[in-house]
Design a protein around this ligand. Structure first.
Ligand code: HEC
Length: 169
């Protein structure tokens, strides 16, 4: 009897563990289902595309900022990231076609002001493009010190648009 006890204990421990894992998986699915139910309209590809674009913009900016915090920033990594930011910034105007705003029932963090205040939105986009053009120039020039100052201008242009055109995070 004693010899089978450890086996039973192990089996029940494994069952407990599996139940726990299953519970976690079910909880995860439930949450996802809930989120989808709250926004039952499909995410149009234009929204997915712009969110990917912004993620890429953010990732490149993070790479640059992380490098600039080091003593010897890796310019070979910074230059293409700055170029990528500049290209993405120039693409923003094409990322917000009509029919992809919150009033269209799609899941987006863009505010309706993107479409109701097109001049303000283009001005915010132009500020970013100007800032990323300069960032790229400084990267090509290999001027890490000037870049360290200029990333503040870039960051402010991200925030300037988010303040007026994106749901508060
Ligand atoms: C001209 C306006 C504008 C500028 C400039 C701007 N953003 Fe955004 N950003 C938005 C809007 C609007 C959204 C919400 C998009 C959506 O949910 O459909 C957004 C979303 C994002 C997201 C979330 C993407 C996701 O859904 O996962 C990130 C990250 C982001 N922006 C980073 C940046 C960074 C970094 C900069 C500056 C380098 C920047 N943005 C500049 C308007 C802007």
């Amino acid at each position: 009897m004693n010899t089978t006890l450890p086996a039973i204990t192990w089996a029940s421990a494994r069952t407990t563990l599996m139940t726990g894992v299953l519970a976690l998986m079910v909880a995860g699915c439930g949450q996802q289902a809930g989120e989808e139910a709250a926004n039952d309209a499909p995410v149009p590809s234009a929204v997915a595309e712009r969110q990917e674009g912004f993620k890429a913009l953010g990732a490149s900016f993070k790479l640059i900022n992380d490098q600039l915090k080091t003593e010897a920033p890796d310019m070979a990594a910074i230059v293409p990231a700055a170029e990528r930011m500049n290209v993405l910034a120039s693409q923003i105007p094409g990322w917000f076609p009509a029919g992809t705003g919150p009033e269209d029932g799609v899941k987006t963090d863009a505010l309706a002001t993107v479409w109701s205040d097109p001049d303000g939105f283009s001005a915010a986009q132009a500020r970013l493009s100007e800032a990323t053009t300069r960032l790229q120039e400084l990267a090509i020039a290999g001027d890490a010190d000037a870049m360290r100052e200029h990333v503040k201008v870039v960051g402010a242009s991200c925030g300037g648009c988010h303040d007026n055109f994106r749901v508060e995070q």
